[in-house]
Design a protein around this ligand. Sequence first.
Ligand SMILES: Cc1cc2nc3c(=O)[nH]c(=O)nc-3n(C[C@H](O)[C@H](O)[C@H](O)COP(=O)(O)OP(=O)(O)OC[C@H]3O[C@@H](n4cnc5c(N)ncnc54)[C@H](O)[C@@H]3O)c2cc1C
Length: 385
Amino acid sequence: MNSHIYDAIVIGAGGMGSASAYHLAKSGADVLVLEQFQRGHAFGSSHGATRIIRFFYDKPFYTELMKTAYAEWRDLESVSGKPLLFITGSVCLGGRRNSYGQSVRRSLDAAGVKSEWWAATQLTERFPQFRVSNDMDILWQADTGFLHAAECVLTHLELAERHGATVQEETAVTDIDWQGDFPTVCTDDGQFHGRKVVVTAGAWTGKLLTALNLPLTVTKQQVCYYQPTDTDYFKPKRFPVFAEMTADGEFLYGVPAFGSGVKIARHGRGELVSPDTCQRTPDTDYITHIDAYVQERMPGLGRSTAAEVCLYTETPDEDFIIDRHRQCPDVLVAAGFSGHGFKFCSLVGRIMSELAMNGETDFDIHPFCIDREPNTSSGIPRLQS
Ligand SMILES: Cc1cc2nc3c(=O)[nH]c(=O)nc-3n(C[C@H](O)[C@H](O)[C@H](O)COP(=O)(O)OP(=O)(O)OC[C@H]3O[C@@H](n4cnc5c(N)ncnc54)[C@H](O)[C@@H]3O)c2cc1C
């Protein structure tokens, strides 16, 4: 039995855990991070070169929170000296009157974030890579871009260690016991005590916190990469992030060439899986489907050259869970990021640190309450099947 009592034990060193560890250690806390695999592994949700960062959301509270998330990422860049956030602007493609675009526009307007409606011809003049029909309405937002995701995780961990945190890899947490004075975290390598325990276990959260019976489902998601002959044409300075709600209700998105190439994927509609047994091999019918979309929308990209599997951990309303454990307030939970959480890591890390060290946060986290009724107030149909 290890008699040391940490100020905080963070379970999971993915996007959320690495950021929580950084903010906790920066605030002076004595932090232990326990990760079941090695840092930067590809079995969870935060691997790969890119994640989109954007203000555009159909639920206004996300747009509002993004103001601080952007500032925190810029701060991380300046502290680490590494470029992590790349601004490209974005186009949100939709049919005439683009109902998704309209809800997004309302959120942006409410938060004072500028956006512009474009006609199809404006899109193809500025970005001739797209082939669209004239009856499309396009919403342009200049602040969108992408984060160098894998590097963000490593950077948060590296800086947390520089502030004194201990990161213990290949150590799976098997249980959390809160019957004593402090929560005890159990692993096959021994037990650890923390005044606070921060659970950022991604797709494994439901398994670790079975008593809470959290409404989380884990789905297999896939992304395709394209390496066109003229890669420069699709680089960040010349090609934007895009999202499209198709007439069939599919939500597709893409990120300019970076790392493995241009990334194109479908948001949601993944097969239900267990994170422990999910086959990490991409499905050929998925690749064929995305290739067909690309042929129609951006024919210059050619056919996909690689694909990758990743996991979503979804809540019924796709809103996050950021709260205290109902049976033990010293255990904090950040989970259910529903395929859109990475851009918030920098902010979630700060919030988890504030909740752990001060018992409260000034950020409005009430939409993320652990035992809420599902919030579907936007009136937009759920994107996932
Ligand atoms: C294909 C895809 C595309 C996405 N695109 C975007 C995007 O463009 N923009 C965006 O904002 N978001 C995006 N997301 C969502 C975003 O990546 C996730 O919301 C985010 O990475 C979740 O981070 P996490 O820390 O919760 O999970 P993870 O990064 O999976 O971290 C959880 C960690 O906990 C560890 N762990 C679990 N259980 C234990 C245990 N018992 N003991 C020790 N360690 C444990 C795991 O090994 C893992 O390292 C995307 C996700 C996917 C899959």
